[in-house]
Design a protein around this ligand. Structure first.
Ligand code: 4NP
Length: 159
């Protein structure tokens, strides 16, 4: 852990259900920040409340495990207004998540809000693949997307 960074970056990953894309993004970021030895406060949430309290989808857990991340202890929660004060950066998986988050954002809250893939050169404006309704191999593509996001976050945190 770097000692010269009094305020570690606080980053919230956002999707719809908080059981597939954003827990995978949190898992990929946890692995990437730990490997880089950089402290960060990382969390994830969903705009919807259907899965609150549930662990990540079993297919997401399996893909994360295959890539060296254990996300089994994560539990879904819903985005709330205080998140816009508690995090520096809120990263949405797709445009619908971004729109819903903008609608909830309290006036004057400091958090920066953007798409996850806006951080990845050449992928700006793209959505992270939503694997929920698709075949199991969609989760590998999602992991590839969110690990590119995690790598970009680590690179920009090296400052
Ligand atoms: P996520 O995927 O937003 O990446 O967690 C989904 C999870 C649940 C649903 C849709 C997408 N759902 O409709 O329940």
């Amino acid at each position: 852990m770097r000692e010269d960074r009094p305020n570690p970056p606080a980053i919230l990953f956002l999707c719809l259900g908080n059981i597939c894309r954003s827990p995978l993004a949190e898992g990929a970021a946890r692995v990437a920040f730990a490997a880089a030895g950089i402290d960060a406060r990382l969390d994830s949430a969903g705009t919807g409340d259907w899965h609150v309290g549930h662990p990540p989808d079993r297919r997401a857990q399996a893909e994360a495990r295959r890539r060296g991340a254990d996300i089994s202890d994560l539990r879904a929660r819903q985005l709330c207004r205080s998140d816009f004060h508690d995090f520096d950066l809120i990263l949405a998986a797709d445009e619908a998540n971004l729109r819903d988050a903008r609608a909830l954002r309290p006036t004057g809250a400091a958090a920066e809000l953007k798409l996850m893939l806006d951080l990845v050169a050449g992928r700006e404006g793209e959505s992270v693949t939503d694997p929920y309704y698709g075949a199991d191999d969609g989760f590998a593509e999602t992991w590839d997307d969110v690990s590119a996001v995690a790598a970009a976050l680590v690179a920009s945190s090296r400052g």
